[in-house]
Design a protein around this ligand. Structure first.
Ligand code: DOR
Ligand code: ZN
Length: 364
């Protein structure tokens, strides 16, 4: 079986900074990717719109230029969201939107995930001038939807977790205060979040990663597969089932690909583990496997249409740019995953070590 699909867009990925950027960009190009939204939690963060790179910050303009030089100039679309920090002003949003450089902003829960220490709490943003300026300009808000600063027991247990708390306590307030704000709920992982997005207005969408469609907490804990450790953490079977249902519902327009592929050369240290799964090179294959596990027959026209909408069509339409007119092909046959060697060191991609080989290969 061979699928011919429009080239797809990864609307949430991490290309980092420095000499390894080119390896990460190449891994995306090699998997039929026509464009990307490259996250601003670099070191230093992307917290200005224009100007040269400084010791404490990149601008969207300077970081995009570096990405271009690392190979991303061939992408049809390259979106770099502005990292919302205490220094972000409404004037920056208005001016940035006017130049066309600012298309999205990113909310990080302070200290909630990798390089998120510059974030400001959602409570301080709701009702404020920055989100109002975004609402006025149609700038998309990308949200890492987890409540920050929770105690261990409140962070996750069988009944609730940082994400469900965020979607029940913060998101309704955000939508009420900013009814026109265009929002992407990033890398959602729970039934609560999937249902929230489904029931929200049409200008609220979501990205879902391959790992959250394929794996549960049990996969992570059995053998402590720390290359499956990302944030939000993989959840439970009922959550995975809700995510699968969201992406395989006929006619759905809100859910689309965003891998959160996040390279870490050092994952585990003596007393902690960096959050982030790397799926560069194999994301469409993993997504296809997840659709099949969800019961989609990818040999049927209906199955292929469902898959194409999630992977290649819904994201561009939500972000307001054209889908790619180029195509790539995937064949149902086993392929190998190998370590990615980069100038920063080797990166372990999923599904290496997970007892599950890729059953699809990219033909190009
Ligand atoms: O797992 C994650 N890794 N989640 C994030 O929010 C950030 C990302 C990274 O930058 O490594
Ligand atoms: Zn991310």
């Amino acid at each position: 079986m061979t699928l011919t699909l429009p080239k797809w867009f990864d609307l949430h990925t991490h290309f980092r900074q420095g000499p390894a950027m080119a390896s990460y960009v190449k891994a995306h190009l090699d998997m039929g990717c026509a464009g990307a939204l490259a996250m601003p939690n670099t070191q230093p963060p992307v917290s200005r719109v224009t100007g040269t790179a400084l010791a404490d910050s990149w601008s969207i303009q300077s970081y995009s230029a570096d990405l271009g030089a690392a190979g991303a100039d061939v992408f049809e679309q390259l979106i770099v969201p502005l990292y919302l920090t205490r220094q972000t002003t409404a004037e920056m949003i208005h001016a940035g939107a006017a130049t066309g450089l600012l298309r999205a902003c990113k909310y990080y829960p302070p200290h909630g995930t990798t390089n998120s220490e510059h974030g400001m709490p959602m409570d301080d943003l709701i009702g404020g001038p920055v989100l109002s300026a975004m609402e006025e300009n149609g700038t998309i808000l990308c949200i890492h939807g987890e409540q920050h600063a929770l105690s261990g027991p409140d962070y996750i247990d069988a009944q609730q977790n940082a994400e469900t708390r965020f979607y029940t306590e913060r998101m309704p307030r955000l939508l009420a205060a900013h009814p026109k704000l265009r929002i992407v709920c990033e890398h959602i992982t729970t039934r609560t979040a999937a249902e929230f997005v489904t029931n929200a207005p049409a200008h609220v969408g979501a990205t879902i990663t391959p790992q959250h469609l394929l794996y549960t907490l049990g996969h992570l804990i059995q053998g402590l597969k720390y290359h499956l450790y990302c944030l939000p953490i993989v959840k439970f079977q009922e959550d995975r089932a809700a995510l699968r249902k969201a992406v395989t519902t006929l006619g759905q327009t809100k859910f689309f690909a965003g891998t959160d592929s996040a390279p870490h050369t050092t994952k585990a240290t003596a007393c902690g583990c960096a959050a982030g799964c790397f799926t560069g090179g194999c994301a469409p294959q993993l997504y296809a496997m997840a659709f099949e596990e969800a019961g989609t027959d990818l040999s049927s026209a209906e199955g292929q249409s469902l898959f194409a909408h999630f992977l290649s069509l819904n994201g561009p339409s939500f972000y307001g740019f054209p889908a790619s007119t180029q195509h790539f092909q995937m064949e149902k046959s086993p392929s190998q995953t190998t370590l990615l060697e980069t100038p920063a060191g080797p990166i372990t991609p999923l599904p290496l070590g997970m007892g599950l080989e890729l059953t699809w290969r990219i033909l190009g």
